[in-house]
Write a protein that binds this ligand. Structure first.
Ligand code: SF4
Length: 508
């Protein structure tokens, strides 16, 4: 894979041919995806969903010493308003004591800009952002309006790049380009790979998290892995993964979130790239391998004991230290299984529904059954692509678990939950409120201040679920006192009534 000659990376609709709308069993989903039948699935009615701009800017916004410019109407930046203080806090947790938090500008396009073009306005904002903050990099995000009127942001960047000190990184993330918001990750990585991977003199050595001070960098990098984090991951999870890698005597070079632009170039030196989410990282690790010969581990996310074991063993196999890893895993598993014993009794027979991105959904659902003894009755995934088969392996052949592929679409979710009546719901921020209003106790499936990954994550999730099971009063009261906007006639309908599946996929 090498798309770096292109100014604009391909959208996932073409590159991975994922599915964005599906309701049924896992078998049909996996088979349909393999045959390529599900790409054209859609909905006759759809509620608003996320746009790739917001995901791209969530990722870019975490990068210290960088600034983002939203080139478009001011409203396109509205989703970033809530991040400002959070990013500062998360950067502080990672030792960035000079953090000023997230800084972004908007070109604030007016009607007259739409008629007359807005390239000059963008050039002026780039120069102003550079003058005021002197950042290492400025990410310039193109939104729908300049894409429609034909603004050429690459041309603007070419014109002003010699007048500013920051590296300028154009991002073509207008929302209408893709039905899959996760395309945003490819767009940001595309910008990083095209603009931030050149070696520069006097670059500081990366901060390796398990580094022994007396070992030279040249020697250390043979034991260094690029640990690819995601914006929804807290420092607590990073620390747990650093601990697991440290047990294998490996160093972690963490990127892309919360990493300054000047450090990306060091990703080329690592022995291995280790992803925790293929939805997030496949574009980056494939290019790192193709261009710089850095191999990668991509298959799973270390959530639950099974997936943590698979993750560690894949890494260990690369370094030829499987026995060492197995010894470590045996000790950790024995400890966590002992600690989970009382929880498994409490959770036995509890029916649970999981809703989030593909990789986390599969792994978290598996953890709830295998580690905690619950019964998974339904899984909603934001999309489904070739990487799903591996993480959904545990549910292969299971017709008792309904699978819904949907980003947002709360109307489908409320109907499903009304039928399935799960005891617990683990979901993404966009889904949780709806389940909560139906009176179902909710545990957020990610949270940047809480622990979810590795062995620590297994226990912490169990502990938080215990509190929820013992005292669901908040959600019970919320359910009794809230009325959702849907009529009875909708609940009487098939929850997948508006999904348009191709005939081939239905027969698959
Ligand atoms: S879909 Fe287009 S107009 Fe809407 S927020 Fe995203 S980039 Fe802006």
């Amino acid at each position: 894979m090498n798309y770096l000659d292109l100014k604009v990376p391909p959208v996932r609709d073409e590159r991975l041919k994922p599915c964005c709308a599906y309701g049924g069993t896992l078998c049909d989903l996996v088979e349909g995806q393999k045959r390529g039948c599900l790409t054209s699935n859609g909905r006759a009615f759809a509620q608003a969903t996320g746009c790739q701009l917001s995901l791209a800017m969530g990722m870019v916004g975490s990068i210290p010493e960088a600034i983002a410019i939203f080139h478009g109407p001011v409203g396109c930046g509205s989703t970033n308003l809530g991040f400002a203080g959070l990013v500062k806090e998360f950067q502080l947790q990672r030792g960035n004591t000079d953090s000023i938090g997230q800084v972004w500008f908007s070109t604030n396009l007016s009607e007259s800009d739409v008629v007359n073009g807005s390239e000059d306005k963008l050039a002026a904002v780039i120069k102003e952002a550079d003058r005021r903050f002197r950042p290492q990099a400025i990410f310039i995000a193109k939104t729908c309006v300049p894409a429609i009127i034909g603004d050429d942001i690459d041309l603007v960047v070419d014109k002003v790049k010699d007048q500013v000190s920051a590296k300028l990184i154009p991002l073509h993330c207008e929302g209408f380009r893709s039905r899959f918001p996760a395309t945003a990750y490819d767009i940001v990585y595309h910008g990083i790979l095209r603009n931030l991977m050149e070696d520069e003199e006097n670059l500081p050595e990366p901060v390796l998290e398990n580094a022994a001070a007396d070992i030279a960098y040249e020697e250390r990098k043979k034991r260094t892995v690029n640990l690819l984090n995601v914006g929804s991951m807290g420092r607590v999870d990073e620390l747990e993964l650093i601990r697991l890698l440290g047990a294998l005597e490996l160093e972690a070079n963490i990127l892309p979130c919360y990493t300054p632009p000047g450090r990306f170039v060091k990703a080329k030196d690592a022995a291995l790239s280790v992803s925790i989410c293929s939805t997030h990282d496949d574009y980056f690790v494939e290019h790192l391998k193709e261009l710089y010969g850095v191999p990668f581990v991509l298959n799973t996310i270390p959530i639950g004991t099974d997936n943590t074991r698979r993750w560690l063993l894949e890494i260990a196999d690369f370094f030829n230290i499987r026995e060492k890893a197995e010894r470590f895993i045996a000790i950790e598993e024995a400890e966590v299984f002992k600690a989970l014993e009382p929880y498994r009794k409490l959770f036995k027979g509890k029916r649970v529904f999981v809703s989030t991105g593909e990789i986390r959904a599969g792994a978290q659902a598996e953890m709830l059954e295998r580690d905690l003894g619950m019964e998974v009755v339904g899984i909603r995934s934001h999309h489904y692509d070739q990487f799903g088969e591996y993480v959904f392996e545990h549910f292969k052949g299971r017709n008792d678990v309904t699978i819904n592929v949907a980003a947002s679409q709360p109307y489908e979710q409320v109907n499903l939950l009304a039928r399935l009546k799960p005891d617990l719901f683990l979901g993404h921020v966009g889904s949780n409120v709806w389940a909560g209003k139906q009176g179902i106790p909710v545990l957020p499936i990610f949270g940047p201040v809480q622990s979810y990954m590795g062995y620590k994550g297994v226990f912490e999730v169990a502990y938080r679920l215990k509190r929820l099971v013992r005292n669901p009063a908040f959600f019970t009261t919320l359910g009794k006192t809230t009325t959702l906007p849907y009529k009875k006639s909708w609940y009487d309908k098939d929850p997948y009534a508006y999904i348009k599946q191709t005939e081939t996929s239905e027969a698959a």
